[in-house]
Design a protein. Structure first.
Length: 391
């Protein structure tokens, strides 16, 4: 088997035209009779029904997986309002993908349906990819429900504009919001390597988290969350409940203490609500201790290099053919004046021959191998390498 990968990108006002051009560019380069799997990463500003329609017209019944994002990533850096496509082909490759609705409403039931449809069990080998709704769902429960096996998995929470209250997922030949897309890529010599890291550090402020109701945190040390942030950063509490501060709060996540572990679990607020509470990406246990975290440019770029290095190491002797980079949207916000610098850091580690695709996401999902527990992450950069073992 010879694994072939080709990447295409296009900028256009209309989504159908952009996806058509991107796929056409990738098809010219891949030099293969058929495409076994296609990744599609597109700006949230496009009409995603048009994106899907254009992809199906070009690729027929090729399995698809993709998501919306606030910024598209390629080897040349970070971009806006474009479509990025990666096509994978090779003898002996098997792939299947599907989109499942209602994940945000009934995550565990949908997870069981996903496992059954994609035929994931203890004998499964290969690379499993997920794209979940970025604004709701039991992400930890979903990955904990996956059966043990020799497969690795990676994925993200679809991204977009925090103000729009919706993200898009593409799976199989379907597209929608509030669901989850999944794809399984397998072949005798296909390997996956995953690396994750983040550049956020505690600054010495910590709180007892109380008043938890689902994904909402009402108080920190007995005060409304907005008052705590106001005390720390010098703006009035009411200011934190309105733009731009209510979404900028994502730059200041909480590091949650975990019993028996020295590392903190990063949990990110998506915004501060009008009542002063934090809307989190995932539930936090009432009474937990949270440390305020702040990100730094130098720390993030070092984290990008670390994640790329870990992915290479995990790939072992396999030759990397494609890098998929799931970067938290907070990185896009933090690195505004140095847009794409994290991509350059990843490229420096991987070398200039490995094509890169990716996007900014609301969270990351990873299970590098069977020896580590699966994790739902916030605020990280996740580098996923698809490679081929020679012979």
């Amino acid at each position: 088997m010879s694994l072939k990968v080709s990447v295409g990108q296009a900028f256009s006002v209309e989504g159908r035209e952009a996806i058509t051009q991107a796929i056409y560019e990738a098809l010219l380069r891949i030099e293969a009779e058929k495409v076994d799997l296609a990744f599609i990463i597109a700006s949230f500003e496009y009409n995603f029904q048009d994106i899907l329609s254009g992809a199906v017209t070009q690729l027929g019944n090729t399995p698809l997986i993709g998501f919306s994002t606030s910024g598209e990533i390629t080897r040349t850096g970070s971009h806006r309002r474009s479509v990025v496509v990666a096509l994978i082909s090779g003898d002996g490759i098997q792939s299947r993908s599907e989109w499942f609705p209602d994940f945000s409403e009934d995550s565990l039931r949908v997870a069981q349906e996903l496992i059954k449809t994609l035929r994931v069990d203890s004998s499964t080998k290969g690379a499993l990819f997920f794209v979940a709704d970025g604004l709701g769902g039991d992400y930890e429960g979903m990955i904990d429900s996956l059966p043990e096996g020799e497969y690795s998995f990676a994925g993200c929470l679809a991204g977009g504009d925090l103000r729009q209250e919706r993200t898009f997922q593409i799976g199989g030949t379907k597209v929608g919001v509030g669901g989850i897309a999944a794809a399984l890529l397998s072949g005798e010599n296909i390997r996956m390597g995953v690396g994750v890291a983040h550049g956020w550090r505690p600054i010495g402020a910590f709180f007892k988290i109380t008043g938890v109701r689902g994904i909402w945190v009402r108080s920190l040390d007995g005060k409304p969350a907005s008052e705590t942030y106001a005390d720390l950063f010098g703006r009035r509490a009411r200011d934190w409940a309105f733009p731009p501060l209510n979404t900028i709060v994502r730059l200041y996540p909480l590091g949650i203490e975990r019993e028996g572990e020295s590392s903190l679990s990063v949990r990110t607020p998506t915004r501060i609500e009008a009542d002063g509470s934090l809307r989190m990406t995932a539930e936090i246990q009432d009474g937990a201790i949270g440390h305020l975290l702040v990100g730094g440019t130098a720390d993030c770029l070092e984290a990008a290099r670390q994640a790329a290095g870990e992915a290479l190491q995990a790939l072992g002797s396999a030759t990397p053919k494609l890098a998929i980079v799931f970067t938290d949207i907070s990185w896009q916000m933090l690195l505004t004046s140095q847009a794409g610098s994290e991509v350059a850091a990843v490229s420096d580690v991987l070398g200039k021959d490995v094509p890169i695709i990716g996007g900014y996401t609301f969270g990351q999902l990873t299970h590098p191998n069977g020896e580590q527990r699966p994790e739902f992450l916030n605020q990280h950069i996740e580098v996923v390498l698809i490679g081929e073992e020679e012979g």
